[in-house]
Design a protein around this ligand. Structure first.
Ligand code: SF4
Length: 169
């Protein structure tokens, strides 16, 4: 928690994006708001966060948080676009960081792969599910399934200082 006396006018512009996964790290993030919302509302400008709001703007941002693995080319293109728009990118949860468990079909044997091929074809999915670091440079990773809450807080607080939203402790 940050004491109100150190709050400054600038806010951290943040995007939260979720791709193929069960979205439990997003749930963890929303649950964390029970304890941190009072501070975050003053310190963070949520530019894009479909878990929180219906109006979202995909534009330049300080930090993009990405959850989930990538299974479709259109999502892959969106991740590339996010990388261009965000100064820093943070992958949260194992699916985003290493592609699993969301990408477990990559590990199927040939017989099982054949059985699911009609689904891959029907939805135009990529042959292999990819993690976020396989597609773009990631500045920080918060591993865990779901993500490690303490580590996420550490990374977020680091960027609040780095982008001069709060002074160095
Ligand atoms: S890392 Fe685990 S909790 Fe997070 S989206 Fe993947 S399966 Fe769900």
């Amino acid at each position: 928690m940050f004491p109100t006396c150190i709050l400054m006018a600038k806010k951290l512009s943040l995007g939260i994006f979720s791709f193929s996964c069960c979205e439990d790290s997003s749930i963890v993030l929303v649950e964390m708001m029970n304890d941190h919302w009072k501070d975050w509302a003053k310190l963070i400008d949520f530019k894009y966060a479909r878990i929180l709001q219906t109006k979202n703007t995909l534009g330049e941002m300080d930090v993009a948080i990405i959850e989930g693995a990538i299974a479709h080319e259109k999502d892959r293109q969106k991740v590339l676009e996010i990388r261009k728009l965000a100064k820093k990118v943070v992958a949260i949860g194992s699916c985003a960081c290493v592609g699993l468990p969301a990408g477990q079909r990559n590990l199927f044997n040939e017989e099982t792969k054949k059985e699911i091929q009609f689904i891959i074809d029907k939805f135009g999915m990529m042959e292999k599910v990819e993690s976020i670091p396989q597609i773009i440079h990631v500045d920080d990773m918060v591993v865990g399934c779901p993500m490690d809450e303490a580590k996420f807080l550490e990374v977020l607080n680091k960027y609040l200082v780095e982008f001069e939203v709060v002074p160095k402790p």
